[in-house]
Design a protein around this ligand. Sequence first.
Ligand SMILES: Nc1ncnc2c1ncn2[C@@H]1O[C@H](COP(=O)(O)OP(=O)(O)OP(=O)(O)O)[C@@H](O)[C@H]1O
Length: 243
Amino acid sequence: MNNSEVCVSIRNVSKSFGKHPVLQNINLEMYEGEIFGLLGPSGAGKTTLVKELAGLDEPTEGENFLFQQKMPSLQLIKRIGYMAQSDALYEDLSAKENLQFFSELYGLKGQKQAQRINEVMELVQLSGDTTKLVTNYSGGMKRRLSLAIALLHEPELLILDEPTVGIDPVLRKSIWKAFTDLKTQGKTLIVTTHVMDEADKCDRLGLIRDGKLIAVGTPKELKEQTNASTIEEAFLAFGGAEQ
Ligand SMILES: Nc1ncnc2c1ncn2[C@@H]1O[C@H](COP(=O)(O)OP(=O)(O)OP(=O)(O)O)[C@@H](O)[C@H]1O
């Protein structure tokens, strides 16, 4: 993995909201073609960090680089797919109309647009509900539609903030299968999660607590370093709080 190209470089990044430090001197590199998991309890700073990586916020100190370019960068928008923690969907439109709207933003038109909409809806198993209004979607369906939107323009880097919240275990499994398929195609995925069995599916993990990166490594390395049999135990041994 370390021979791969660096895709994301987080350099001395700190972030404060007023006097409240939320990220404290984070240094981290992520490589092309890996699934990198950011794991930490609620309020640890995961969303704040991935928002910066998606170009939606900026650090108070330090710099973030994606594909060797400093963020935020408008040029990189087409290369990134971002799925926010709360779904940013038009409730009064159908799923298909939402997808068409976002396709236009990315310059996807005509036959290519129709093809991509079919592909992503199949991937998230919503093909039968394309014409339904989003307001009539369940929470899990909305999560899946948000994921479909993030995938529309075939981005090289996917930044997914708790992508499987509210999704049942069976579908969660198939979504993780889709993540590993995307990785096989050479995509890079950054996934924030609280869920320990998801953490185990990542190639590498960054454990975050109170805005600090307390450990980085493969799930196996993190468990071995702490003599732990589970990621949860490893997290606690590194000084993390209860999940
Ligand atoms: N715009 C903001 N203004 C003030 N404080 C903020 C803002 N955004 C986030 N915070 C604070 O920053 C801290 C980290 O929040 P963040 O959402 O990054 O955590 P998280 O690890 O993603 O948590 P969760 O898993 O619950 O989403 C929290 O204390 C939160 O209240």
